[in-house]
Design a binder for this molecule. Structure first.
Ligand code: ITT
Length: 200
């Protein structure tokens, strides 16, 4: 089994990485599996910088190649916010039902509802330059929250390709078009091309 360390404590990200990587024969190990709850300071200015900070931290700490994901929702009418602050927006531990409700309230009557999810995946290998792969999913903020799947802002994110909100999509539907799905596929191509995919 080929192991990939994902430097995240977000269980939903882990689930999505597993959905995409396990069928290809990879074993996904996360900080949760290592009982590591250290909070890595994300003080970068971009998704790519923050992903690199997290991946390099993990690679250095565990002396293995490590992957990290930094992602978020950018809303046009909010000038791209919450963006890299998506996890902390309205409070880190605030339930997403509340965060999503606040966003819908703030956009009431707003016709400019464009938005996009961004994902930067960084791959840090000890002794080598860090590589970053970025994916974007363009859509809009729905008029109402719908769906039980996914996580975070998925219930209020409308995906035009499917004509429904992200949380109404099956995991396969979401992963096929999502910011994370696109970045994971770019990462995998690089990973295989550079022969990292050997047994570890
Ligand atoms: P780690 O840093 O430990 O990976 P985190 O949750 O703090 O976990 P981020 O700083 O990258 O991760 O914040 C990402 C936030 O963006 C996440 O908590 C969600 O609120 C939102 N987000 C990212 N991808 C999403 C997706 O696919 N669907 C819904 N919301 C998403």
């Amino acid at each position: 089994m080929k192991k990939i360390l994902i430097v995240t404590s977000n269980a939903n990200k882990v689930r999505e990485f597993k959905e995409m990587l396990e069928p290809l024969g990879y074993e996904v190990v996360s900080l949760r599996d290592l009982h590591d709850d250290e909070d890595v300071p994300e003080n970068g200015q971009t998704f790519a910088e923050n992903a690199a900070i997290k991946a390099e931290h993990g690679a250095k700490k565990y002396h293995v190649p490590a992957v990290a994901d930094d992602s978020g929702l950018c809303i046009d009418a909010f000038g791209g916010e919450p963006g890299i602050h998506s996890a902390r927006y309205l409070g880190h531990d605030t339930p997403y039902t509340y965060k999503n409700q606040v966003i819908l309230e703030r956009l009431k009557g707003e016709t400019n509802r464009g938005a996009e999810f961004h994902c930067a995946i960084a791959f840090a290998c000890p002794g080598k330059p860090t590589e970053v792969f970025e994916g974007v999913m363009r859509g809009s903020i729905a008029e109402e929250s719908r769906g039980e799947n996914g996580f975070g802002y998925d219930p209020i994110f409308y995906i035009p390709e499917y004509g429904k909100n992200s949380a109404e999509c099956t995991p396969d539907e979401k992963n096929a078009v999502s910011h994370r799905g696109k970045a994971v596929r770019m990462f995998l191509e690089y990973f295989k091309k550079n022969h990292y995919a050997e047994e570890q």
